[in-house]
Design a binder for this molecule. Structure first.
Ligand SMILES: C[S@@+](CC[C@H](N)C(=O)[O-])C[C@H]1O[C@@H](n2cnc3c(N)ncnc32)[C@H](O)[C@@H]1O
Length: 332
């Protein structure tokens, strides 16, 4: 038999990809990974702790073993190392809320053929509009993705020992960058520019971390609100570039260039595509999400960032990988 013959296996998995989203989302929503971590290791025990049926618990366990998120040894179940790190609730890296949220986004994909035909969102699905309730659900769910990135950037910029630095976070969402960095550096101050309801969410996280006295919010549209000139040492633009088109990104980069003090750094975090569009996989696929939800967004190439940043007046641009789908771009 020719072992190089293609098999239908991968395409069957891809065509049924919503099973993975559903099983992962339902398991996270019923805290299965958290119960497994706490020692519940049979379908009966998990059913009791999660308040679900035994049949349902067994089906989720079978699915999770199939997806490689749970292992079975001698009839007892346990989380894989990946599930322990990223799906147990209460950990700063937990993607459990994100997995639960993404299940609710599945239905929107039926619009994709029409969206592809027209070239943009249909049925008012664009998210880059004022005070969109979409963000209230998203920002806390995605905070865990930025947690490791905040540590990497702090290290790259030496923020812990930088003394009295002033930080501006454009579209800061949950406030995760400010919360982490203000915790690391007791002399730092941070300002977040985002919509009012989102800033309220950020204030809660920053207060929980005990650093609210050095955190300020500006409510409004970052396209329109004026920012103070030469006032900040670090400006953050994290997971925002993909919702904006080339022109808006260039304009916003020029705006933050003016907001930076001499020697200051712009930190862009996003899903960056290789110049020849051959990878990486996550940024290439994520572009479909932006086609569905934004009028001009997409996932942009390194060359795009380089061109826009140069146009905006930045001279020194470096790219840093993060062992996650996010790339950090530092511009000075
Ligand atoms: C994908 S979230 C990123 C949140 C955060 N920076 C992070 O990386 O976790 C995008 C954020 O930008 C904010 N945003 C989007 N458009 C905006 C606008 N025109 N003005 C102000 N904030 C905006 C949203 O409210 C949301 O908090």
């Amino acid at each position: 038999m020719n072992t190089h013959q293609p098999t239908p296996d991968r395409i069957m998995h891809l065509a049924n990809g919503y099973w993975a989203t559903g099983i992962l989302g339902a398991a996270a929503g019923h805290s299965l990974f958290t119960h497994l971590e706490a020692g519940a290791d049979t379908a009966d025990e998990l059913a009791t702790r999660a308040g679900i049926s035994v049949r349902g618990a067994q089906t989720l366990l079978d699915g999770l073993v199939g997806l490689g998120l749970v292992e079975m040894h001698d009839g007892r179940y346990r989380n894989t190392a990946e599930a322990t790190t990223y799906l147990v609730e209460g950990k700063p890296t937990s993607l459990s809320e994100f997995a639960t949220l993404k299940m609710t986004h599945m239905g929107a994909l039926v619009d994709l053929p029409e969206v592809v035909r027209t070239g943009g969102p249909v049925r008012n699905a664009a998210v880059e509009v004022a005070d969109n309730p979409h963000w209230e659900k998203v920002v806390t769910a995605i905070a865990a993705q930025s947690t490791p990135v905040t540590a990497i950037v702090a290290e790259l910029l030496g923020l812990a020992d930088a003394g009295e630095v002033s930080i501006l976070d454009l579209g800061g969402g949950s406030g995760i960058f400010s919360a982490t960095w203000l915790g690391l550096n007791p002399a730092a101050r941070a300002t977040q520019l985002d919509w009012a309801p989102i800033n309220a969410i950020a204030r809660r996280l920053v207060a929980e971390r005990g650093v609210a006295d050095r955190f300020t919010c500006i409510d409004g549209d970052f396209h329109r609100v004026e920012v103070e000139t030469a006032a900040y040492d670090v400006v953050v633009y994290s997971h925002v570039a993909h919702q904006e088109g080339p022109e808006d990104n260039t304009t916003l980069f020029a705006k933050v260039r003016g907001a930076l003090r001499p020697g200051g750094t712009l930190v862009v975090c996003d899903y960056v595509v290789d110049d020849d569009r051959s990878g990486p996989s996550f940024p290439l696929i994520f572009a479909a999400e932006m086609l569905l939800k934004s009028k001009r967004g997409g996932t942009w190439r390194r060359a795009d960032y380089q061109a826009w940043l140069a146009k905006a007046g930045f001279e020194d641009v470096t790219f840093h990988s993060t062992r996650s789908p996010t790339t950090v771009v530092l511009a000075r």
